[in-house]
Design a protein around this ligand. Structure first.
Ligand SMILES: NC(=O)c1ccc[n+]([C@@H]2O[C@H](COP(=O)([O-])OP(=O)(O)OC[C@H]3O[C@@H](n4cnc5c(N)ncnc54)[C@H](OP(=O)(O)O)[C@@H]3O)[C@@H](O)[C@H]2O)c1
Length: 330
């Protein structure tokens, strides 16, 4: 009899209620594939973009890009994994909101013994994002200890990891967050300054903190609401890394604005370009595992939900009430 799994699927784009718990058949892994039984599944803002259709995928779609569990079977040609391995991943295509799945083995890495499944599921997509942003998405000349960077949504899942990693690199991270409590959390995780961008003018505060000079790089996942202001926080030749759209996508940009504001650099990166090969995925994961194993970066799992309650997790994440990382437990 074929293996079955419960999974959260959408048949049409929409709100959290569009997710339905269904029973699916799970096939055998083909060449280059692996079958994983999840012990924990990460919830990410990208899951919301995919649910609403901002990032469109063919339907029906099982959501989810991040998980941790145990390998049940490997397909032909897979040499870096074997049945029984504890593993974790951030990967295309979506499909992690389930108990059991078959997926490309390329993006799956062995989880070090000292890292539990919840941590593994919470840290792969968010931690590897911080890895490629702070280590591989830098302004001209690189980032040096003592440099100022601005990080929006600093108390979120990606944000709290970034605060800690930036501190470990000696960077002076200015974080923005909605409300005093979230600002306090960002500071406790290593931000040197925190700005409540719901009540303060973050551009004016960044200018004040940096003595009028501005920051070397802005890491902006808010999109529409902060894009213009973020450019105004940069020093000449600074880097704007626009990596998300929590408030909505950035409208078309007049490139002349980059000249007017000081020969700025602008990039719109995605983790999945960086994870294109097994070698780059392993190298980035090794860097993340080293930071987590040493205790320099602690993965802040703040909320746990049953798999069937994923709609509640989405509603909470979209309504800005959460901090840190959310996981589903199948
Ligand atoms: N390009 C990539 O490679 C990549 C990879 C991973 C994640 N991302 C992006 O990074 C961001 C963070 O992801 P995450 O999963 O860790 O989420 P998160 O930061 O935990 O949650 C999003 C946060 O954004 C802030 N926000 C500001 N305006 C908002 C609005 N209108 N609606 C909802 N939230 C708003 C809220 O924090 P405050 O209350 O503090 O404002 C909210 O808590 C997302 O935009 C995601 O798409 C991009």
């Amino acid at each position: 009899m074929p293996a079955m799994t419960r999974a959260l699927q959408i048949r049409q784009f929409g709100g959290p209620e569009a997710m339905q718990l269904v029973e699916l058949e799970v096939g055998e892994p083909g060449p280059g594939e692996v079958c994983i039984r999840h012990h924990a599944v990460g919830v990410n803002f990208i899951d919301i973009y995919q649910r609403t259709g901002l990032y469109a995928n063919p339907l029906p779609l099982t959501l989810g890009m991040e998980g941790a569990g145990v390998v049940e079977a490997v397909g032909a040609g897979v040499t870096h994994l074997q049945p029984g391995d504890r593993v974790a991943y951030a990967s295309q295509p979506p499909g992690s909101y389930c108990e059991l799945r078959v997926m490309p083995a390329r993006s799956v890495v062995v989880l070090p013994d000292g890292i539990d499944f919840e941590t593994g599921a919470a840290m792969m997509l968010k931690g590897l994002t911080v890895q490629y942003l702070l280590r591989r998405t830098q302004p001209q000349g690189g980032l040096q200890p003592g440099d100022f960077v601005l990080w929006h949504a600093a108390a979120g899942g990606v944000g709290l990891i970034a605060c800690q990693w930036a501190r470990a690199l000696g960077l002076r991270l200015i974080g923005t967050a909605g409300g005093a409590e979230k600002c306090g959390l960002a500071l406790a995780h290593g931000a040197e300054f925190a700005i409540d961008y719901r009540s303060e003018d973050f551009v004016a505060r960044v200018r004040e903190i940096t003595g009028g000079r501005g920051v070397r790089a802005v890491y902006d996942s808010i999109g529409q609401d902060t894009f213009e202001g973020s450019l105004d926080c940069l020093e000449p030749f600074g880097l704007m890394a626009s990596f998300g759209n929590a408030s909505g996508p950035v409208p078309p940009v007049n490139l002349g604005v980059l000249a007017a504001k000081g020969s700025l650099h602008l990039t719109r990166p995605t983790l999945f370009t960086h994870l294109a090969t097994r070698e780059s995925t392993q190298a980035m994961a090794d860097d993340l595992f080293a930071r987590v194993s040493s205790g320099e970066v602690r993965i802040p799992v703040s909320r746990r939900y049953a798999l069937a309650d994923a709609a509640q997790a989405h509603a909470d994440l979209a309504s800005r009430v959460t901090t840190g990382c959310l996981v589903l437990l199948p």
